[in-house]
Write a new protein. Structure first.
Length: 277
């Protein structure tokens, strides 16, 4: 490693999930204080053997949104979309964070029908609302959503696996990511430009194995700037929540080269540890 990570890029954790061993009396936990929460209460999150339980990656994504909350409020989003909502922990947290009073709409999709049902229960248990749709990413919604999504959040299936494991509709769909864990991620990168509004922000969870610097370069070539909002590391892996937004300065003609042009918003030193790891 020849360049240090720029620690300014890393935002300290702001969220500690509250875990309770008592999952039974869910209704009695819905109180005014619960409804004032800025993230979902793990005790109220639905569960199912075929649905991904909120884990470190889910918490990191919600931490990133909480860290960015003031900016998110300033942007005044009209439509927030989560792809791959699983238990509903993230979309519920976003709805609690930004509220519904200002007419913000929330939409979530998943390819797993059990996840759709669990997400609906999680939203209901927190007293918030989102449209929840069973589909492959945004299949069938492309035209309706084109250019309208102000906040896009994704904790994708990112574990490197064989390609045969990708594309199911059960619990394997939560983690099976194909080569470099990029199969579903790359499909998402291909549709972001069409989905996001001009002021839209895109938050994506990645592992080092997913080659996040390459992901940033792909997005840069589409005219998106990027930044790390949260990083969590273990001895084996680093997990990052990346944020992307449109920036005309990012559009470059050097497609196919290995190094992006530097720009006012590109902080390549922050990605040096990925290149060298
Ligand atoms: C890692 S889990 C994340 C779940 C939840 N967002 C969270 O953070 O706890 C990934 C989710 O993406 C869903 N998924 C995988 N491929 C999908 C696809 N092509 N379209 C929609 N959802 C998909 C899985 O079913 C799973 O619920």
């Amino acid at each position: 490693m020849d360049e240090a990570v720029d620690v300014e890029a890393l935002v300290a954790p702001v969220h500690t999930p509250q875990v309770s061993s008592n999952h039974t009396k869910i209704q009695s936990l819905v109180s005014p204080s619960t409804l004032r929460r800025k993230s979902a209460d793990i005790r109220l999150v639905g569960c199912h053997s075929e649905v991904y339980e909120p884990c470190d990656d889910s918490f990191a994504l919600v931490d990133a949104l909480l860290a960015d909350r003031v900016h998110l409020e300033e942007v005044q989003p009209s439509l927030c979309l989560e792809l791959g909502c699983g238990s509903g922990y993230v979309i519920t947290s976003l709805a609690l964070m930004l509220g519904e009073g200002t007419g913000i709409q929330y939409l979530a999709t998943d390819i797993n029908s059990a996840a759709i049902e669990v997400t609906k229960k999680t939203l209901e248990a927190h007293g918030v609302h989102a449209e929840v749709i069973l589909t492959d990413l945004v299949s069938g919604l492309d035209k309706r959503l084109a250019g309208t999504v102000d906040v896009l959040v994704v904790n994708p299936p990112y574990v490197p696996t064989s390609e045969e494991e990708v594309g199911g509709d059960g619990i394997a769909a939560a983690w099976a990511g194909g080569e470099h864990g990029r199969t579903v991620i790359d499909r998402i990168l291909a549709i972001v430009d069409n989905l996001l509004s001009s002021k839209g922000w895109f938050y994506l969870v990645t592992l080092t194995a997913n080659k996040p610097s390459e992901i940033c370069l792909i997005m840069k070539q589409k005219g998106f700037a990027s930044r790390i909002i949260v990083q969590r590391s273990t001895e084996e892996e680093s997990l990052h929540v990346l944020k992307f937004w449109r920036d005309p300065l990012e559009i470059t003609t050097d497609i196919g080269t290995s190094q992006p042009h530097l720009s006012s918003t590109w902080r390549f030193s922050r990605l040096a540890f990925w290149k060298n790891s």
